[in-house]
Design a protein around this ligand. Structure first.
Ligand code: CDP
Ligand code: MG
Length: 896
């Protein structure tokens, strides 16, 4: 077969005028990389020998075909009426030329692998090919899975629009949300959703074809689906009702799917869609910037002020950073647009110092004005145009609307990082005094939790006279392709969740990406014309410290839920499952052990799911929460527990304390508000989950009075979070009603507050799921004995871990510091060389509860005092002196 490149970064120096005029940027070591240099020592393509490769002559870079290919379709095809404009755009996509090859291969094979670089049209076009070829006839559905919710929603909308079909026909389903109907013919869903469907319909009979998209990401669910589907297709074939499987990948690194003989007996054919890729010149920094967010800011300013037109795409690691950079850039290159009434209103209000409802927003506006004042000093010619900065209300995120990763970050650490803002401001202003482009920059954020209508804006052309600049997390790496990008600024970092297989500690660490990811990012610059990628790290770091590829997720994350789900499907020897790359033995063992502690699996050698386990598995949540739901059913507390579980699953309901540094006062105000929820300290609602319950109860009451917005503003709740919880509660309630016989809970979100007795029971129920996540305050007299006392101030201890842990500042128990607590999550933050562990989602418990709710973790030993049982005739009882300790910690538990 022909030698085919599988990624797009490869750049050839075009030595065009722009890179020469690019004096400023030359201060970085401009390394012009050609194909031979960038390519990794072991060429991943060279390894793939046996799969059949079907490929057309690659279209040469730079060479746009003069004539667009004309689509020829057999008469039997299902007709789709597309708008002309859409049709023109489609015909430019490389995949269109391959339709026939793809459709022939899929009709002759059960499984095919389709590799094609990002933006070649795989996700948007292949479902359409299948639809036109009749795969959605006779009530069958074309299923497409995505590892990211963003992609499932946005792609279903895009495909529906391209085909002129309503969301009833081209629909999506993500956990707890979707628009599928009985008429749905193309269904986009997250991979987790399809896995859940396999549980109830093992043969997936309603589907004629399943597309597993973004398989190169190696998400755990996608990996398991590949294993399951390798068996399902055999069974469907036997039944004479074949199911087709298309595995789509943005890279040609597919040997885990083709070479693993446990999976497919015959290696499936691999089709590679070559795409037009313009050369990208890769510039490495001389040194690797530690403060890459700031470095990205400076680089973006340089590109914007010095280099010819073309969109800029910046890769950072998380939502906080994205927001930081977006705000900075908007301040520096504001876009005025048309004045409109709303903006006027804000201006007057803020000027009159009225009680504006959203401090954060007002603050943003004031900051912009401050920045303009700065600029005025430096850039007189700019001011003449400056009447009023355009501030789009929708552009400002509510504080605390964070990604999973950001959400768990230690606030204090963030504060430190962004403290020297003034200094940066000054430097930037200096820089801006030089001559250069002062065109407004159309700056858009992109991250997975951004509402979908805002995400959609990155696909639209920027307003006339502005340059597009998208600041993104790695969402824009392969799932979403942003049009017209010419410059990529790559921080070279990503946020990775590390999971300690033994202790269960989660750590969010900013790490270097893989070489494959860096090359994907660079490739984003060469889709429309020759482009440039500015890497904020040195070529030495790239060569020596970047791994080739990121490992599959299944080998990295806790798999309790997956193991239980597999056991529920009757897969008992999980270890023998045909994983594309199996998780390691330790990880499987630890997961089984935790499930045994929960009582979800029995204690046999090859453990089977228990009755409790089946009921836990029927809840679409982590087994810990499943157990809480199962137990509360017995206590008639299901409604409350559903609310707690929903609240724990939604990120940041209480508003996050905003970053300090710009406004210290506000900081304290938010902290006070958060603490306000804790009550006067004597409350029985002892803990974060219970406070959430109280807050949600009150918010729903306010909602019924049409006062939700006000209520949230006044009490520091995030309204979107409250609404999301309501949705989740309704859905969880429906599921619970479906799963539990003779139960019909009302789906009314309003609820009475629990009584004190119920509140106590609820804390015990929380403990039944979190019994192995206990922390104990280190007593003062123990601390006194330590050498480095200061390190142990307010510290807690958890079993099996030597290092102390601390309550995260978001906990409402932070002040109270009860002696015994359980926690929802533990994570580690790293600052330079030092690390610190935090716990979050904390509930105060009584140690004697552990005996009853986590007996599997308690040890009982006879004491010397009274080793034999003694009969007491006074109260007719037998007494026996035993000592109870918790886990391997040796912590003594009070015992009656
Ligand atoms: O899946 P793959 O990366 O191969 O490509 P795709 O996601 O199907 O994207 C094909 C083209 O559609 C790209 O040029 C995208 O920019 C464009 N697209 C769009 O304009 N609007 C969307 N909502 C989604 C994709
Ligand atoms: Mg795609």
């Amino acid at each position: 077969p022909k030698k085919i490149r599988d990624y797009n970064v490869i750049g050839v120096n075009q030595s065009d005028s722009e890179s020469e005029s690019d004096e400023e940027l030359q201060e970085s070591e401009t390394k012009v990389v050609d194909q031979a240099e960038v390519k990794e020592p072991e060429d991943p393509v060279a390894e793939i020998k046996d799969p059949v490769e079907i490929s057309k002559d690659p279209v040469k870079a730079n060479e746009v075909p003069k004539q667009l290919p004309v689509e020829k379709k057999p008469a039997t095809y299902i007709h789709v009426e597309r708008d002309q404009e859409i049709q023109i755009a489609r015909l430019k996509l490389p995949i269109i030329a391959e339709e026939q090859v793809i459709m022939e291969t899929i009709s002759e094979n059960t499984v095919i692998i389709l590799a094609g670089s990002t933006g070649s049209g795989k996700t948007t076009q292949v479902p359409q090919f299948l639809y036109e070829a009749g795969y959605a006839e006779n009530g069958k559905i074309i299923g497409v899975t995505e590892p990211r919710r963003v992609a499932a929603i946005s792609m279903s909308k895009r495909v529906g629009r391209e085909m002129n079909l309503s969301t009833d026909i081209v629909s999506y389903l993500i956990r707890f949300e979707g628009n599928c109907t009985p008429e749905t013919k193309i269904k986009f869903m997250t991979d987790g959703v399809l896995l859940k469907e396999v549980e109830s319909d093992f043969l997936l009979l309603k589907y004629s074809v399943i597309i597993l998209d973004e398989a190169h990401e190696r998400s755990a669910y996608t990996d398991i689906l590949i294993g399951l589907l390798s068996r399902i297709i055999q069974l469907r074939n036997k039944k004479g009702n074949p199911l087709k499987l298309i595995i789509m990948s943005a890279t040609l690194r597919v040997e885990d799917f083709t070479k693993n003989l446990k999976l497919f007996k015959e290696p499936p054919p691999v089709i590679n869609v070559e795409s037009r890729q313009f050369p990208v010149t890769v510039h490495f920094n001389k040194v690797t910037a530690e403060d890459y967010a700031r470095e990205a800011l400076i680089k973006t300013i340089k590109i914007h002020t010095k280099l010819p037109e073309g969109g800029i795409l910046v890769f950072l690691t998380g939502q906080q950073e994205v927001k930081y950079l977006v705000n900075k850039l908007r301040k520096l290159f504001p876009f005025y647009g048309n004045k409109n009434a709303k903006k006027e209103e804000i201006k007057t209000e803020s000027e009159q110092q009225l009680n504006y409802s959203d401090d954060e927003e007002l603050d943003q506006i004031l900051n912009i004005r401050k920045a303009i004042k700065h600029q005025k000093k430096n850039k007189k010619n700019l001011i003449s145009q400056m009447t009023l900065p355009k501030v789009n209300l929708d552009d400002f995120q509510m504080p605390g609307d964070d990604t999973e990763a950001d959400f768990n970050e230690d606030q204090d650490m963030l504060d430190e990082n962004f403290e020297e803002q003034d200094e940066i401001d000054e430097k930037l202003n200096e820089m801006m005094t030089g001559t250069g482009n002062s065109q407004p920059l159309w700056v858009l954020p992109l991250y997975s939790l951004l509402p979908s209508h805002k995400q959609a804006r990155v696909f639209e052309p920027p307003p006339e006279g502005t340059r597009l600049c998208v600041v993104s997390t790695n969402v824009a790496e392969t799932s979403l392709t942003i049009p017209d990008v010419k410059y990529v600024v790559d921080s070279g970092r990503q946020k990775t969740k590390f999971y300690d297989k033994v202790t269960g500690v989660n750590a969010f660490v900013v790490t270097f990406t893989s070489k494959a990811a860096a090359d994907q990012r660079a490739g984003r610059a060469g889709r429309v014309a020759p482009g440039h990628c500015y890497r904020l790290y040195s070529s030495a770091v790239y060569s020596n410290q970047f791994v080739q590829f990121s490992p599959p997720e299944i080998q990295e994350k806790p798999i309790d839920g997956l193991v239980l789900q597999m056991k529920a499907m009757g897969i008992e020897k999980v270890i023998n499952f045909p994983f594309p790359s199996p998780p390691d033995r330790v990880q499987l063992e630890v997961a089984e052990k935790r499930l045994k502690i929960l009582g979800a699996l029995d204690n046999q050698e090859v453990s089977k799911i228990t009755k409790l386990g089946s009921s836990i598995a029927s809840f679409p949540v982590n087994p810990r929460y499943g157990k809480m739901l199962a137990l509360s059913h017995q206590q008639n507390l299901l409604e409350y527990t559903i609310c707690i579980v929903a609240a724990l699953s939604v990120q940041e309901v209480l508003q996050e304390v905003p970053l300090s540094g710009e406004n210290g006062e506000k900081d304290t105000k938010w902290r006070t508000k958060r603490r306000g929820w804790a009550g006067n300290g004597n409350s029985l609602y002892l803990g974060d989950p219970m406070i959430l319950l109280k807050a949600i109860g009150a918010a729903e009451y306010a909602h019924s009075q049409n006062k939700l917005q006000n209520f949230c503003d006044e009490n520091g709740l995030r309204m979107k979070g409250v609404q999301e919880i309501r949705k989740l509660r309704v859905q969880l309630t429906n599921e619970v009603n479906l799963n539990v016989p003779n139960l019909s809970l009302a789906v009314n979100p309003k609820m009475e507050p629990p009584t004190d007795q119920q509140a106590k029971l609820l804390r015990q129920i929380l403990m039944s799921g979190l019994g192995d996540q206990v922390a104990r305050k280190i007593p003062d007299d123990e601390i006194k004995l330590k050498e480095d006392k200061h390190k142990f101030k307010h510290a807690y201890q958890i079993p099996d871990v030597e290092e102390p842990v601390f309550m995260h500042s978001c906990s409402i128990l932070k002040k109270k510091q009860p002696e015994w607590v359980i926690y929802q999550e533990i994570f580690e933050t790293r600052n330079g060389d030092s690390t610190k562990m935090f716990i979050r989602g904390i509930t105060a418990i009584e140690p004697e509860w552990l005996l009853k709710f986590a007996p599997a973790l308690c040890n009982f030993t006879k004491t010397l005092e009274e080793p034999e049982p003694r009969y007491d005739s006074d109260d007719d009882k037998i007494y026996c002196h035993v000592k109870a300790t918790f886990g391997r910690s040796g912590w003594e538990l009070p015992i009656a």
